[in-house]
Design a protein around this ligand. Structure first.
Ligand SMILES: [Zn+2]
Length: 259
């Protein structure tokens, strides 16, 4: 699709009123949305509609794709883009949705794919391939903000990381001058957090985040959006890097709710 046609198509799509049934789904299933400012809530809906419209949605393992599945996943994915001008997950064409945690059908290790640990998965993101979710876990993530646990934030973060063509924990930063500080802070915190777990202690970034640098970016993103208050309190310097990258301050959002 040409850029012009895509822009025109999006414009026509967003001219139509937001479906009332979708508002009802947001009210019932997405408490995160209520924490946003009015302008953000409107923008979130626009982004979610484009994601729903432009991506291919496929149910697997007997799951039927309905509006609820699409709205719950697209709205959470859209949170990451609220203040980020990069085109809307243009490297993602297809969402595959399973009813629950699913077993990997094959060994999937390679230079261009990501492997989540274990044989039972809640989600996966593939370089230039589909993003795969467990519907049960995507819905649980939607219902329970604040646990630093959100499979949609996690997998969509991997796709953002992959925008550079490499899955190395460094997404395309909006400001070239940001790279040296980003690398310095990310590397130092990754090493510190590894030591924390090696010494048997815990960190605000859960241990899966220090499996490798790609998981570090995904788990930090998840924590940044889903449990930002403890993240900011315990690792302010790392939090600041994500604040600069995503252009959002979720801790302020949560603090207003007294969370
Ligand atoms: Zn991951």
């Amino acid at each position: 699709m040409s850029i012009f046609f895509k822009k025109h198509h999006r414009h026509v799509l967003l001219e139509k009123p937001f479906p009332e049934e979708w508002d009802a789904i947001i009210a019932a299933d997405l408490p995160y949305e209520r924490m946003l400012e009015d302008a953000e809530r409107k923008h979130l809906r626009d982004l979610a509609r484009i994601i729903i419209d432009e991506k291919h949605w496929e149910g697997c393992g007997g799951l039927e794709i309905d509006d609820r599945v699409k709205v719950v996943i697209a709205v959470q994915a859209a949170v990451l883009l609220l203040n980020w001008e990069m085109d809307i997950f243009h490297n993602v064409r297809t969402f595959l949705i399973y009813p629950g945690a699913y077993h990997q059908s094959q060994e999937r290790q390679g230079g261009d794919g990501l492997v989540n640990s274990g044989t039972v998965n809640l989600g996966e993101a593939w370089y230039n391939g589909p993003v795969i979710f467990s519907w049960k876990d995507a819905l649980e993530s939607a219902h329970n903000p604040g646990r630093a646990n959100n499979v949609v934030f996690h997998e969509m973060a991997h796709t953002i990381d992959m925008l550079t063509g490499q899955t190395n924990g460094t997404p395309p930063l909006r400001d070239r001058n940001h790279y040296p500080l980003w690398h310095e802070v990310m590397t130092r915190n990754f090493q510190e957090i590894r030591k924390v777990y090696e010494s048997g202690q815990r960190d605000v970034i859960r241990d899966y985040g220090v499996v490798n640098v790609a998981e570090f970016f995904a788990v930090c993103t998840e924590t940044f959006f889903d449990a930002p208050v403890p993240f900011k309190k315990h690792r302010p310097e790392l939090y600041a890097e994500f604040e600069r990258f995503y252009g959002q301050d979720p801790a302020a959002r949560f603090a207003k709710q007294g969370r």
